[in-house]
Design a protein. Structure first.
Length: 157
């Protein structure tokens, strides 16, 4: 083969390689866009699932929280039925991601707690801290289902 015969062949091979290189780049970009779109859809699906579960289950779970309160406040009977019912209700709530907030006696947090009363103190360091939990608060995952009702220390005058 002569040099003049090889030149068109080389040009054809060059064009084919350029076309394959372009196709490869486009497919890589397309794959990246598909991965990003899939990740965004998974995130939206998770958010929708949580929203739907919250909207559907939240009223039922709140009613179970109220039942647990009533059973706990009913007092203990001789058979231990009230304590058993309370534990079973709390177990059902836990299976759906609802947990009782811990009874911490730290600073009053209006985002998590509802002040329903005050307790006077002469100790300035206690001012604005939780004196006692009146009613338990509950969380459903990261969402507040019901705030704690607390009494807060205030300085006596």
């Amino acid at each position: 083969m002569s040099e003049t015969d090889l030149l068109p062949l080389a040009q054809t091979i060059h064009q084919d390689l350029a076309g394959l290189s372009d196709l490869f780049r486009r497919r890589l970009l397309n794959d990246r866009e598909n991965r990003e779109a899939t990740a965004a859809l998974h995130e939206q699906l998770g958010w929708m699932r949580e929203s739907l579960a919250g909207a559907t289950l939240r009223p039922l779970l709140y009613d179970l929280v109220l039942m647990a309160d009533r059973v706990e406040n009913a007092g203990e009977d001789d058979t231990g039925l009230a304590a058993s019912l309370r534990l079973e209700i709390l177990d059902v709530l836990a299976r759906y991601g609802v947990h009782r907030m811990p009874d911490e006696r730290g600073r009053f947090d209006p985002g998590e707690q509802e002040a329903v009363g005050t307790v006077e103190t002469d100790d300035e360091s206690r001012r604005g801290t939780v004196a006692m939990v009146v009613r338990h608060g509950y969380r459903m995952g990261e969402q507040l289902l019901r705030p704690q009702r607390v009494r807060v220390y205030v300085c006596g005058r």
